[in-house]
Structure formats: C-alpha cells, structure tokens
Design a protein around this ligand. Structure first.
Ligand code: ACO
Length: 328
C-alpha cells in the first residue's frame, strides 16, 4: 500500500497589509487589545477584483512548481473553504478550470478551520487505496468580504484575514515518510456557536441571538474553551497513535485562531513555544488556509526538513476538529 507524501507546498497572501491600527477606522478597538487577546498584529485583505478560487490558484501554482508537477498530472482537487466564490457550485471547479483542466474531479469540503486536516485525511485514503496518485489540496479564504464592519462586529472582525495555502500529495513507496495517521471529529450540537447563518435554505427561523443574518456570529468564550480542550485532545490522540512522546515531535503546526490557544496546548504538554510554528501575528485567522500557509513558511525558513516528525491539529466552526501525524 503506498503512503501519501506531501511533495510540494505553496502559499499566497494578498499584498495589502491591514494593521490593527487601521481597523480602528471601523471599530472601537486598539492594537493592545487585539494583540493581547489574540496575538494578531496585522492581516492581509484581498483587493477587488479577487476571488477565493483565484487566491487558491496562486498557492496551487507554487505548490505544483515545488513538487515539479504540471496541472494535468493532478488526479483530484480538494478545495477547503468557508468563503466560496459562489453559494454553489464550489470553488474547486473554478480552480480546476483556472488551472486549464478539462475533466479532473474537484471536491469541495466545508469544515472551516479544520478543512485542511479533513482534506489531508481524504487525500490519504484515496492514495492508500490506490484510487489516485497525485492530489492537489487547497485551503483558501477571502474573509474581508463577509466581516461585519458595524461597531458590534469588532470581536470577530479583528480576527480574520485573507490568504491561501496548497499542498501536492503524492503516492510514495518505500520512502519511510508521509501521512501516518489522521483523526477527525465533529460535534454539531455546537453548530450555531460560530456561524454565518445566511444565505440559508432553512425554512425555520434561526435561533441566533439578535438578528445576525449574513453577519458572522461567534460565542467567543465558549468557542475558546472548546478549542483549547479539543486541540489538546487532537494532539494527544495523534501522539498516542504513533507512540510518540510530546518532545519527540520536531514541529507542531496548529490552526491559527488565537495564539492563546497554541500557548495553552504548549503548556499542557510542557513544550516550549519554539516547537510550534505560528504566523497569526502576520495573517490573523485564515481558516482553511492557516495550516498550509504555516507549512509553506516553515519549509522556507528551514524549520521543516525531510524526516521530521510533524503533528498538525485544528479546531473550528461545526464544531469540527482533528489532527494528523506525519513524517515530512
Ligand atoms: N476591541 C476592543 N474590545 C473588544 C473587542 C475588540 N475588537 N472585542 C470585544 N471587546 C471587548 C468586549 O466587548 C468585552 O468588553 P466588556 O467586558 O465590557 O463586555 C471585552 O472586550 C472582553 O471580551 P471577550 O469576548 O470576553 O474577550 P475574550 O478574552 O473572550 O477574547 C476572542 C475574545 C479573542 C474572540 C476569544 O474569545 C477567542 O479567541 N475565541 C475563540 C476563537 C476561535 O478559536 N475560533 C475558532 C476558529 S474560527 C472558525 O472556525 C471560523
């Protein structure tokens, strides 16, 4: 049975930097509050015209180049996003067309901040079963178009940024590396704790506090509490499955929602923060893109080397969460 190996990583963030200071144009907030509560200093916003699929395309091109592959060698595209270009169809087909492909299958998944880990798990299964040999997995988001710019939107609005990350995953034999295990979870009981309720196909009235409509709603404290617990559990299950001690792992890449969540996990496992790769200070929460963006930067900075033990973990809206253990 082949293993699934990440053979190319790419990322793209729009050039426009939006500092915490600039957010004061819309919100009663401060750099001190945002940085102390989340670890974010700035984020990127896409400028018009831009689309999630387009951001994904730039990241995909870089990942394909790194893997030495051309688009027509891709057997399957998996596209993870909570901010698709259209209500339907998904952004995967738009990326497929943009890559100049005719009939390559494109699968969209909607697991929000856990999208990349879920996508990795799907790719792993297809490769292990021999169905496909080369898969392009993309996480991309444009969140600056759905952020609530009204004063009451400040708690959520300051956290999110735009960006894209991509990996090429290939079947590899006899290389002693690749995805070792993935661990997925969800808990729909908490679906309404972090959501954008409209556009909606539901005929019943939504039960969100106030009338949020198309504006994002987040019960921040409740989400934070669950995120710390579930992210820790997700890391633990991957460690246990591999029989690894926490300090044996070379690099942890956790979804970038709030630096305090990463700090809590590091503390729980008595690990120094240097063992975790973070980019939230530069990009904010880029949802499905945050882990592949970190992977791309970690590799660029020499923090990821062939043979390294790596654990990825994510938690997000749904609630959904999960982890992956791999040898780089
Ligand atoms: N600037 C200044 N003050 C603010 C801001 C802001 N941007 N936002 C809120 N405040 C105020 C609040 O009004 C409140 O004031 P009050 O005490 O007078 O009522 C005070 O600051 C404290 O607000 P809290 O909401 O209690 O702040 P908290 O410490 O909980 O931090 C945060 C908020 C950063 C949102 C945190 O709850 C969090 O990170 N939650 C989890 C986020 C997450 O993990 N999301 C999952 C992934 S996202 C996805 O899947 C789409």
């Amino acid at each position: 049975m082949p293993s699934a190996c990440i053979t190319g990583v790419g990322m793209y963030v729009p050039p426009r930097v939006v500092t915490n200071e600039e957010l004061r144009t819309w919100y009663d907030t401060s750099d001190e509050w945002i940085y102390a509560r989340s670890g974010i200093k700035e984020r990127r916003w896409a400028e018009e015209p831009a689309s999630t699929a387009e951001l994904g395309y730039y990241a995909a091109k870089e990942a394909l180049q790194a893997a030495g592959k051309s688009p027509n060698e891709i057997d399957l595209i998996i596209f993870a996003t909570l901010s698709p270009d259209l209500y339907f169809p998904g952004s995967g087909v738009l990326l497929q067309h943009r890559l100049g492909l005719e009939t390559t299958p494109a699968l969209d998944i909607r697991q929000q901040c856990s999208g990349f880990v879920y996508g990795l798990s799907i790719a792993d299964q297809y490769i292990r079963t021999g169905t496909y040999r080369t898969i392009l997995l993309v996480g991309a988001e444009i969140q600056s178009t759905w952020i609530d710019y009204n004063p009451e939107g400040r708690t959520v609005g300051v956290l999110f940024g735009d960006g894209a990350g991509a990996v090429v995953i290939e079947a590899c034999e006899g290389e002693n590396r690749g995805i070792l295990s993935t661990h997925l979870y969800s808990q729909g009981a908490y679906a309404m704790e972090l959501c954008v309720a409209e556009p909606s196909s539901a005929t019943r009235a939504h039960t969100l506090p106030g009338s949020y409509g198309m504006r994002p709603y987040m019960n921040g404290k409740e989400v934070f509490r669950h995120a710390v617990q579930r992210m820790g559990e997700a890391v633990q299950v991957a460690l246990t499955h591999q029989g690894w001690r926490p300090d044996e792992v070379d690099l942890y890449v956790l979804h970038q929602a709030n630096i305090r969540i990463v700090q809590a996990v590091a503390e729980f496992f008595s690990l120094p923060m240097e063992r975790f790769f973070n980019s939230i200070h530069k990009y904010g929460n880029t949802t499905a893109a945050s882990i592949p963006i970190c992977l791309a930067e970690a590799e660029r900075e020499g923090r990821l080397r062939r043979g390294d033990k790596v654990i990825l973990a994510a938690f997000g809206s749904g609630f959904t969460w999960g982890s992956a253990a791999l040898i780089w």
